[in-house]
Design a protein around this ligand. Sequence first.
Ligand SMILES: Nc1ncnc2c1ncn2[C@@H]1O[C@H](COP(=O)(O)OP(=O)(O)O)[C@@H](O)[C@H]1O
Ligand SMILES: Nc1ccn([C@@H]2O[C@H](COP(=O)(O)OP(=O)(O)O)[C@@H](O)[C@H]2O)c(=O)n1
Ligand SMILES: [Mg+2]
Length: 216
Amino acid sequence: MESRKEGYRGSGKQKMVKIVFVIGGPGSGKGTQCKRIAQQFGYTHLSVGELLRQEINSGSETGSMIQKIMKEGKLVPSDVTVRLLQQAMRGMDSDKFLIDGFPRNEENVKTFENLTKMDPEFVLYLDCPQDEMERRLLTRNEGREDDNIETIRKRFKVFMESTLPAVQYYESKGKVKKVDAGKPVDEVFESIKVIFSQRKDDKVRPNRHNHTCLIL
Ligand SMILES: Nc1ncnc2c1ncn2[C@@H]1O[C@H](COP(=O)(O)OP(=O)(O)O)[C@@H](O)[C@H]1O
Ligand SMILES: Nc1ccn([C@@H]2O[C@H](COP(=O)(O)OP(=O)(O)O)[C@@H](O)[C@H]2O)c(=O)n1
Ligand SMILES: [Mg+2]
């Protein structure tokens, strides 16, 4: 399917943007691969988890609500998440967004559709065995409150019960590109490169100013 830019009207201003969602279990390598994709193909990388952590660090009331939910490995209400995402997209002078860690459930999907009237170009699904994801998270060492074995297990459960149905929704629309994310980083990126290189808009190497990863 040819890529198609969507009108983004959330702020009153019209902005033509293209979005790709990156979904995968906790520790599947979303952040790692998104950085590379952003650099090589000129996308702006937005990590929804990082946006939520920024809100926690701002000390707002919403932030303390988010912190409790994250610690439990649960999902933040979609209106909060999508609002943060919209704000971040509005603030960036970019027309290609790689949205990492979103959607996480069907409510995320519906809220995004309702508020932005946009559809992703496609959904990159990083498929990784759970024991490998667990190993990676336990050695990630980013000081995250949710990277402990108890919360990790809860996050796996949420992934199976809530996120996989969202993947299935996009599968039914023919929008999912799945890669085996259990392999070493470079090998996973090789598979991802094939997917992005096949797309007309992404073939051309981006200009250098487009390489920014906004949040990470
Ligand atoms: N393919 C891979 N093989 C081994 N380790 C990986 C791989 N991809 C990522 N990692 C490491 O695993 C941890 C989780 O990766 P990350 O990109 O943060 O995943 P996610 O954003 O999906 O939770 C990090 O420490 C990262 O360096
Ligand atoms: N769409 C999203 C994304 C993240 N989150 C919350 O943020 C946490 C961390 O998300 P993340 O994407 O940074 O986690 P990783 O998969 O990168 O390990 C999740 O476990 C949820 O609590 C959410 O509620 N909704
Ligand atoms: Mg991540």
